[in-house]
Design a protein around this ligand. Structure first.
Ligand code: IDP
Length: 136
């Protein structure tokens, strides 16, 4: 079943010069880019995106991190795109993520873990509306 999912290449991906490497993995897998934007977000947008985490202990440093510089937001589309992207991303903690995944190969942190991918169809709908409100 074709799905859309919201993906972020977080500011560490941009700072480390890994946009091409990470985007290339999604493209090589066969997912299509249907929207893409390079932007720096403010704290309010971070709060909207991470609404389920705003009360968590790890949120203040996460908020500072995701607003610390430009990121790439995109919508990817393809068969089972939500699960496929999360499998490519790997486990949240880069130190524990499996080799072969983006985080497992390229991140050594549980905060600066390079990528975000929506975790369910409901999250994907909600997040796509936040980042790309005009996307048909
Ligand atoms: P996910 O990005 O793998 O779906 P979530 O649990 O939704 O993981 O957490 C959102 C983001 O918050 C993570 O990608 C990571 O950047 C950050 N994060 C999650 N747990 C921790 C933590 O324990 N310490 C620091 N940052 C965390």
């Amino acid at each position: 079943m074709s799905q859309r999912t919201l993906v972020l290449l977080k500011p560490d991906t941009v700072r480390r010069g890994l946009v091409g490497e990470v985007l290339g993995r999604f493209e090589a897998k066969g997912l299509s880019i249907v929207a893409l934007e390079f932007r720096t977000i403010d704290g309010e947008t971070a709060d909207q995106h991470y609404a389920e985490h705003v009360e968590r202990d790890f949120y203040p440093p996460l908020r500072a991190f995701v607003t610390s510089g430009p990121l790439v937001a995109l919508v990817l589309e393809g068969d089972e795109a939500i699960e496929v992207v999360r499998a490519l991303n790997g486990a949240t903690d880069g130190r524990k993520a499996a080799p072969g995944t983006i985080r497992g190969d390229l991140s050594l942190s549980n905060r600066e873990n390079l990528v975000h991918g929506s975790d369910s169809p409901e999250s994907a709908d909600r997040e796509i509306k936040i980042w790309f409100p005009d996307l048909p």
